[in-house]
Design a protein around this ligand. Structure first.
Ligand SMILES: *Cc1c(COP(=O)(O)O)cnc(C)c1O
Length: 358
């Protein structure tokens, strides 16, 4: 070992050295159907409006640390209950990390229902909080008894619920989430990253549940590039989480762009409708392919089980189509690929490539 590797080994946490970084595959020149991005570009008129808003931002100054104007617009456009507190993040990934750090006491645990979004587990590892995973049933429905038993046993400080769930695409029954809220000793976070495609939300119920936090992001709406996530909960929770938030975490370009874009949410609503129509089309056509099982989705992606998913994934790569291989990620996801719904022509390319590969 060189001097430097010795030095790094001597000062860095062992668990940090053992981590692998969040992997993002190269995508230049690919049909990109791996990351639930919105496939539509903004039209020229809206781009001009955003450019103007960004051009007039005071780049020499730190941004408004509380993002006051942006918060007001978010509250109005997203109909966040007036009684709720609101925290903004550099993506909702940052909010997951902040909330996890806040509960990281010795002996604390957090619970998520797997397979689900990997950042719940990763943030727990990084904050050195014990992570408890409760498995979904093989049909991806909630195993409520198992969740309630794990809550009693582990008393998790946070329960993470992805709603709809990434990567399975389904929503969970209201009564089940209500039962989890009633049983959980700490905070229950309903992560509504895919809300615009799902049409069901726990946001209006924040007032009824003091231990509920509803988290969302503009990423899947169609603005993954600007990095803006937000979460609403009782101001008593938000006040505490705000102490861990880096003071200027939402930069001035994001604030300026988002303030303008939030005036045009109808554009994204229409795109979401098109994406949902394409989702039905894609799901229907996928299910006609030999040996393919398609799972119902309320999000902008479709999970499918195929004969030899890793081989199919490679065949798609050879045709410059990037999808997410989930085989090996969790036992319930064996032979599964996740397809982000693209434009009609991207979906046609995908289907043609799949027909060839199968
Ligand atoms: C994509 C995703 C996020 C992260 O969104 P960012 O705001 O881009 O950080 C959070 N939760 C779920 C379930 C997701 O799929």
């Amino acid at each position: 070992m060189t001097d430097l590797t010795h030095r790094i080994a001597a000062v860095l946490r062992e668990d940090v050295r053992a981590l692998s970084a969040y992997a993002v595959p190269p995508s230049l020149g690919m049909v990109k159907l791996d990351a639930m991005e919105n496939p539509f570009q903004l039209d020229a008129e809206l781009r001009t409006k955003v450019s103007r808003a960004v051009a007039s931002a005071a780049l020499n100054r730190y941004p408004d640390p509380r993002a006051g104007e942006l918060s007001r617009r978010l509250r109005e456009v997203m109909q966040i209950p007036a009684e709720a507190g609101l925290i903004l993040g550099n993506g909702s990934d940052e909010i997951i990390s902040i909330v996890t750090q806040a509960v990281a006491r010795p002996g604390a645990s957090v619970l998520s229902i797997e397979p689900s979004f990997v950042m719940y587990r990763m943030s727990a590892q990084i904050a050195q909080v014990r992570h408890v995973a409760v498995s979904l049933r093989p049909d991806f429905s909630l195993d409520l008894d198992a969740i309630l038993a794990a809550i009693v046993q582990h008393q998790p400080a946070i329960v993470w619920i992805s709603y709809p769930n990434n990567p399975t695409g389904n929503l969970y029954p209201d009564e089940d989430i209500a039962a989890i809220l009633a049983a959980a000793p700490g905070l229950v976070v309903v992560d509504e990253a895919y809300n615009i495609f799902a049409g069901r939300s726990w946001l209006p119920r924040l007032v009824d549940y003091p231990n509920l936090m509803v988290m969302r992001t503009l990423s899947k709406v169609g603005l993954a590039g600007i990095r803006l996530g937000y979460a609403a909960a009782s101001p008593l929770w938000i006040e505490q989480f705000d102490k861990l938030r880096p003071p200027y975490n939402v930069n001035i370009l994001t604030q300026a762009a988002a303030e303008e874009l939030l005036l045009h949410m109808a554009v994204f609503e229409r795109q979401a409708e098109q994406i949902c129509a394409q989702r039905s089309e894609l799901s229907g056509r996928l299910s006609e392919l030999p040996g393919v099982t398609v799972f119902p989705s309320d999000a902008n992606f479709v999970l499918a089980r195929l004969p030899d998913a890793p081989r199919v994934m490679n065949a798609l790569l050879a045709r410059k189509i990037l999808v997410k291989n989930l085989h090996g990620a969790h036992p319930l996801l064996s032979q599964c690929l996740r397809f982000t719904v693209g434009t009609p022509s991207e979906n046609e390319l995908l289907l043609a490539a799949l027909i060839d590969a199968l």
